[in-house]
Ligand binder design. Sequence first.
Ligand code: DER
Length: 203
Amino acid sequence: MLVGLGTGSTAYWAIQKIGERVEQGLKIRCVATSLQSEALAKSLNIPIVPFEEVDIIDITIDGADEADRNRNLIKGGGGALLREKIVAFNSKVFHVIVDESKLVGTLGAYPLPVEVVPFAVELTLKQLEKLGCKTTIRRSKDQNFITDNGNLIVDCDFRVIKDPAALDSQLKSIPGVAENGLFLNTMVSSIYVGYSNGMVKKI
Ligand code: DER
């Protein structure tokens, strides 16, 4: 199988476990959603293949920052949302793992990460704010956070996102927005919710 490796602290543990299985003889090939996950996979001797060798990805496993019961997600807390969305979209199966704290009734309390090209970012921020959010350009170590694609991340605080599909369309219509962190349920096969008592529920 060709397996997509997610990004973040949850995907970290999935990649570790996949590494153990590869060491025991599991024969798979992988693609990674970030340079960070690619480096981790390589350190565990998980075979990474270039995208030019890829037709369709069999299964991708990733985390999320918020998930609702309709299987819509907010992702991008780790800044890899564009690559994550490309890999998820091109996967036959996309499984998401969250802990119970990330399961919400309505998305939006977690500021929505939006990947934006640096050119004229001030204008793009104004367009984003017209949609009713407060914007913050993400910083890291006293400078703007730069994605693996050389872009900025703008965290958009909407408080409540009543219609994720409508907002996704609105965001996609703004030139300068490379991608946004809304992963709609059309793309998500299952969400596995882990509880502190060890129970796991599948949505
Ligand atoms: O940045 C991302 O999209 C991550 O996958 C994020 O959604 C989950 O990160 P975490 O597992 O570190 O909470």
